[in-house]
Structures are given as C-alpha cells and as structure tokens.
Design a protein around this ligand. Structure first.
Ligand code: CO8
Length: 275
C-alpha cells in the first residue's frame, strides 16, 4: 500500500525525532507532498510531542529545547493535506481541525522552548504550526501565508487566533482575507519571524545557539515562564497578572530557585539540577 499523494509506503515514518544532547529535532519527512499535514502526520506529531513531554516529566533536563522542521529543503509545511480534505462532512472537517489544534496544544504545553525552523513554504496549517511554536526562525528562502480562502476554507489550526497575536489584528486580517504570500523581508518586518538566516545550516546553528543559552538557566523557571506566557496571552490584564503571580509563587517550590538566588549572594555560578 502506498500513499496516493506521495507514493511512499503507508507505514513509512513521516515524523522523525532526532536527539542531539539536550536538543530534540522533530522533522516532518514527507517532502514529496511538501510536508503537508495528512491525518497520519498530525497523529505522528502529536505522538512525538507526547513522547518528549514524558521524557521531560521523567528528567527535567533531558530536553532543553525542540526544533520543528520540514525535510526536503523546499517547504517547512505547505499546509494541511488538501487531498485529505476533499469530501469531508462539516463534522469531519471540524474533527480534522481539532487534530491540528491538539498538536498546537501539545507544542504549547511542552515546558521547553520550541523553535519553528522554517526553510521554504510555511503556508496554511504550516504557518499555524509555526505560530504554535515559541519562536519562528527562517531562511531567506522562506515564504509565509494563510491561503485557505483560495480553497474556500478558513484557517483551521489556530491561524485566526495566533496570527493576530503575532502580527497585529489588521495585518492578520489582510493576510487571511487576501491569502497572499509574503517573503522573508515582510515576515521579519511584521514581527512574525524572530531571526532570519542565509541558509538552512545557519538556521539550525542559530536555533541551537538559542537553546544552548536557554539550557544555562534553571529548567523549571523556563517551563514556568512558558506556562504563564502561553496561558496569559490574550486574557484580560487582571487574569494575566494573576497567572504571573501564581507562576512566580510556583518558582519558590523549586530547588533551582534557591540555588540561583544563593549563587548570586555567594558570588558564584549557579549549579542548576532541573529540580
Ligand atoms: N496538501 C497536499 N499536497 C500538497 C500540498 C498540500 N497542502 N501542497 C503541496 N502539495 C503537493 C502537490 O500536490 C504536489 O504533489 P504532486 O507532485 O503529487 O502533484 C507536490 O506537493 C509539489 O507541489 P507543487 O507541484 O504544487 O509545487 P510548486 O512548487 O508548483 O508549488 C506551492 C508549491 C505554492 C506550495 C503549492 O504546492 C501550493 O500552493 N500548495 C498548497 C498550499 C496551500 O493552499 N496550503 C493551505 C492548505 S489548507 C490548510 O492548510 C488549512 C489548515 C486547517 C485545516 C483544518 C482541517 C484539516
């Protein structure tokens, strides 16, 4: 049996998780369909992030950051799989959207930074997956857009929610209503892309550098900061500040907080354990 869209065997793993020290690289490996998110790819992504979450729950310093990438050098992800959408009922369409939202939620729930490493097309559901990550780093060859309206669809994996937060409501509306694609210059200027790189090699080196800086810090503190940032975004000020107060208090439950403060007072480097 082969996948009609790609010609690859159905049981070929389409999502890889590679570990390099405390960095995990999650790669969508479906280049012949420009890494389009089929139901199988979405399920594999959900499983990959669940596996990483379990590892971190077991050992808080085992993974200090995750890079999400697409194989093939042409696309990060060219969207949800359009072929898989033809013939869906409204209810099945909503269920398909939920599958993408589960992946986005798993990325946001992971207590370490996830960097979308975009090299090529990040369109539709692909841009939405990138938006669920903490940061988007991209090569000069990258292209972004929410082209769903060209298909008679709307963003379904969080684009109407996260794109306005990233670029502002007016810019998001313009991108979603026109479906037009933007290049790296505009994506950086809009605040969508945090860092740009000349090529893929520099992109991954830059992302690893960021994770290395993060890994010098107390893992529970980074996790708490992400928890508050994710939960507070878009909520009223009173709710957001309450979430921060709660997270700040939770930092006092950790050994690393006591170690960090003690190290400062004793004028020495902290020895964080992740506890
Ligand atoms: N789904 C399925 N297959 C795709 C997709 C996709 N999103 N994108 C590309 N492919 C396939 C092509 O069909 C083609 O396969 P084949 O060779 O078998 O025909 C192969 O990838 C290469 O693509 P092209 O030949 O089209 O390559 P080009 O360089 O000419 O064009 C583009 C590249 C511009 C990226 C073009 O492929 C394109 O426009 N792709 C579609 C982009 C798009 O519209 N994305 C949004 C999809 S809708 C979406 O993401 C909604 C998210 C929420 C959904 C919730 C319910 C599931």
């Amino acid at each position: 049996m082969t996948d009609a869209a790609t010609g690859t065997p159905n049981d070929a793993p389409e999502v890889r998780v590679d570990r390099d020290g405390d960095v995990a690289v999650v790669t969508i490996d479906r280049p012949r369909a420009l890494n389009a998110l089929s139901p199988a790819v979405l399920a594999a992504l959900e499983a990959a992030f669940a596996g990483l979450a379990a590892d971190i729950a077991h050992d808080g310093t085992s993974v200090r950051g995750v890079l999400l990438a697409g194989e093939g050098g042409r696309a990060f992800i060219a969207g949800a799989d359009i072929r898989a959408m033809s013939g869906l009922t409204p209810e099945a369409g909503a269920d398909a959207a939920r599958a993408g939202h589960r992946v986005a939620a798993a990325i946001e729930a992971l207590p370490v930074p996830v960097i979308a490493c975009v090299d090529g097309f990040a369109l539709g559901g692909g841009l939405e997956m990138a938006l669920a990550c903490d940061l988007i780093y991209a090569t000069d060859a990258s292209t972004f857009g929410q082209p769903e309206v060209h298909l008679g669809l709307i963003p379904g994996f969080g684009g109407t929610v996260r794109l306005p937060r990233a670029v502002g409501l007016a810019a998001a509306k313009e991108l979603i209503y026109t479906g037009r694609r933007i290049g790296i210059d505009e994506a950086v200027a809009a605040g969508l892309v945090a860092r740009r790189y000349a090529d893929r090699e520099a992109l991954f080196a830059g992302a690893r550098e960021t994770i290395a800086l993060v890994a010098q810090n107390a893992a529970p503190a980074v996790g708490l900061a992400k928890r508050v940032l994710v939960a507070a975004t878009g909520t009223p000020t009173a709710t957001a500040t309450e979430l921060e107060i709660e997270g700040f208090g939770d930092a006092f439950r950790t050994d690393d907080m006591r170690e960090g403060v003690a190290a400062f007072i004793e004028k020495r480097e902290p020895r964080f354990t992740g506890a």
